[in-house]
Design a binder for this molecule. Structure first.
Ligand SMILES: Nc1nc2c(ncn2[C@@H]2O[C@H](COP(=O)(O)OP(=O)(O)OP(=O)(O)O)[C@@H](O)[C@H]2O)c(=O)[nH]1
Ligand SMILES: [Mg+2]
Length: 374
């Protein structure tokens, strides 16, 4: 059976790395050791044994130095560099699939560097298309006791669900400090949440008790109610190990859910992407044809009659066209006016390039080839 990939995501300091450490030791104790991956290039020490560590392939500090980047830019660039190897990672996981039931993956604290970057999507999609992949969204419970922070955190989780389209488990971490009962109540009792929210608004000096805020909160909490219906929630303590058995039971349910619902959706997305890619190629080819000045068969035949047409149209052939003005007009509607600093010089340059293109036999051959294949 394919192992479940658990992508541990959460705000900075929510306890992802400590959660990974506890989950790792918990699974080891159950004689069901996981395959462990660290995707946080900036972490100094990892308190668990890794099978794959991004820091082995990318040196975060060198990336910062070499590309002259700040901390977040360097994380994104490191992930970009790493994502070029993702097919090898998937192959490796595939090879080890028989030996593991869980693959647990730590991510950088700068959540947006992973979720909103191209590389984050590539990594997530590559994993999700090969194995059941579940988002484990970690919440720092003691820091989420205010209703507005709670709602912001939930909206963030909702946006991640929307972006990744993968099954999600909300994990309230650090339950040894603060129990997550309050969150459970807010997630199931809409009125209790609204009451807490309005008393919070009333007490806070910033928010005020405006009608606008109230109606915004009402609509957002209604939207969240729908979101909660898709979720599984569990409270854990990465310090004491409380709640980890329950968490693993939920993981099993989510794997089923992935196979029943998300797999088909993932396959549909993949097919759609392939179709889009094919469409894009066709579009690019026709753009190339247009750029080379090749018109459709009918137009070229009529043109052939008009002048001594040599069979191949290149850009310079159309320089004096009457309809050139029309085309230019169309262009100005569709695209903003490009501003050239040295317009005359540039025009001369383009003319020369076009002339050269006409003489270039290789280009002519390409055009003829495209003409034939059309
Ligand atoms: N009391 C308590 N503290 C915890 C728990 N889990 C993590 N912490 C503490 O929370 C702090 C942050 O933990 P990390 O595991 O480094 O958090 P992280 O999300 O990996 O942090 P970044 O990778 O920097 O975003 C540390 O001081 C941990 O000791 C927990 O279950 N209970
Ligand atoms: Mg960490």
């Amino acid at each position: 059976m394919a192992p479940a990939n658990l992508l541990v995501i959460g705000m900075a300091g929510s306890g992802k790395t400590t959660f990974m450490q506890r989950l790792n030791s918990h699974l080891h104790a159950k004689k069901n050791p996981p395959y462990v991956i660290n995707l946080d290039p900036a972490v100094l020490k990892v308190p668990y044994g890794c099978n794959i560590d991004i820091r082995d392939s990318v040196n975060y500090h060198k990336v910062m130095d070499h590309y002259n980047l700040g901390p977040n830019g360097a994380i994104v660039t490191s992930l970009n560099l790493f994502s070029t190897k993702i097919d090898q990672i998937v192959q490796l996981l595939d090879k080890r699939a028989e030996n593991y039931n869980h693959v647990i993956i730590d991510t950088p604290g700068q959540i947006e560097c992973f979720i909103w970057s191209a590389s984050g999507s590539i990594i997530t999609q590559a994993l999700a298309s090969a194995f059941p992949t579940i988002i484990v969204y970690l919440i720092d419970t003691p820091r989420t006791t205010s209703p507005s922070t709670f709602m912001s955190n939930m909206l963030y989780a909702c946006s991640i669900l929307y972006k990744t389209k993968l099954p999600m488990i909300i994990v309230f971490n650090k339950c040894d400090i603060k129990d997550y009962e309050f969150a459970k109540e807010w997630m199931t009792d809409f009125e209790a949440f609204q009451a807490s929210m309005s008393s919070d608004q009333h007490n806070s000096s910033e928010g005020g008790d405006s009608g606008y805020m109230n109606s915004l909160i009402n609509s957002m909490s209604l939207m969240l109610e729908e979101f909660y219906s898709q979720l599984d929630v569990v409270g854990v303590s990465s310090y004491t190990g409380k709640g980890f058995d329950e968490f693993l039971d939920i993981v099993d349910d989510k794997v089923k859910e992935y196979n029943d619902v998300y797999k088909a959706e993932q396959e549909r997305i993949l097919k759609q992407r392939e179709q889009d890619e094919a469409d894009r190629k066709v579009k690019n080819l026709s753009k190339l044809v247009k750029d080379l000045g090749i018109k459709d068969q009918n137009a070229s035949t009529s043109r052939k009659k008009e002048d001594d047409y040599d069979g191949v149209n290149v850009l310079s052939d159309f320089e004096d066209d009457d309809d050139e003005e029309e085309e230019q007009e169309e262009d100005t509607i569709n695209a903003p006016q490009r501003e050239y600093t040295y317009e005359d010089e540039r025009f001369e340059q383009i003319k020369q390039q076009a002339q050269q293109a006409k003489e270039d036999s290789t280009l002519e051959k390409i055009t003829q080839y495209i003409n034939k294949s059309n």
